[in-house]
Design a protein around this ligand. Sequence first.
Ligand SMILES: Cc1ncc(COP(=O)(O)O)c(C=O)c1O
Length: 402
Amino acid sequence: MSWIDDKSYAELARVREAREAGVYPYFRPFESGGLRTSVGGHGFVNFSSNDYLGLTSHPRVKEAAHAAVDRYACGLSSSRVQATTVAHVELEARLAKFFGFERALITTTGYQAMVATVMTLADRDTTLALDNLSHACILDGTFLAAGTPGRAPELRFFNHNSARSLERVLKSRERKNALVLVEGIYSLDGDKGQLREIVEVCERHGAALVVDDAHGSGTLGVHGRGVLEDLGLEGRAPVVVSTFSKVFGGIGGIILGATDVVEFIQHTARSFVFSATLPVPIVAAAATVLSMLEEDGPALVAELHDKARYMRENLTARGFDLGASDTHIMPVMVKDERKALVLHHLLYERGLHMVPITYPGVKAGEERLRVNITRGHTREELDHALEVLTELGTMAEIRFRA
Ligand SMILES: Cc1ncc(COP(=O)(O)O)c(C=O)c1O
């Protein structure tokens, strides 16, 4: 036994405890895809999925992936530098057009796309300004940049969603360039980025803005072009980073920007250049979801918002605290780790999968259940979820009105 065994054993104390109590909620092995699945024969409806438009399991998407397997197999055995296909290039052109940017680059994950963007654009002439609730991919890209010999940018945080706090950071920065990193929707709280004010501050201080719109692409704006369309800000953020792992039915990252900026990342980013290409069946699936958005985007997005509104109104009327949420991502605040784990377990037994978010995902005392409403949920499923949540929420005393 070496010290790594001792260390791992000690660090896993919380996991062991939850398993022993029979309430460990993570890494459940699903027996099929889609919003309705099972574990060990126990069926449930998934309310923690990011398949916001419910298109991941659409027959058209699956057929496109099947056809691509026949032509390209499941991998190209190399990085994009020497393993790019016409499918990648065509989809990049279509994504750029749909989202209104000069150029798009497809990467293998959204996480990788953000790390690539930050690592390429930030150097010792740069101050990186981060919202203090930034996603791990933004933090990790930043920490890698900060640890790169001879390139380390200045690193500063501003208060969540506060343009005023951002302005203080930009005014007092030590480096000549500034790169500001924000999100379209903050996924643990479900609140939209305050981008109108943030864009103005960036413009006033000559800062470049990168928007991670992983949860807003395909869900916000009339056509689903994301948070910039939703807030009337298209053309005012030079870079958007997004993902195929939510609305686009698979996995993969998207970087959108001006041609030179995107090609600079394409030729420089180590996380992109030294990692394998996105498999073509996944490209084909994403291309099919894009076609559906091009053909029918407004109707798909409107249906998602109708269902989200119905759920929000009912959850709020029944006394649940949804925190700062103003989107289809509606955390049900529990504010107690044990309660969140037990509630998750009881909901799961009743056929509802609502994953608990605990420390370090959120601060201690801010524990919650992840409740994502998607277009794919039926009204009956939403009503069932409301009924069971109300019953169990009353029992656990997490509703603030009787
Ligand atoms: C805000 C945000 N950015 C980036 C990512 C990473 O995307 P991907 O799953 O494609 O790596 C996620 C997904 O968890 C996310 O929530």
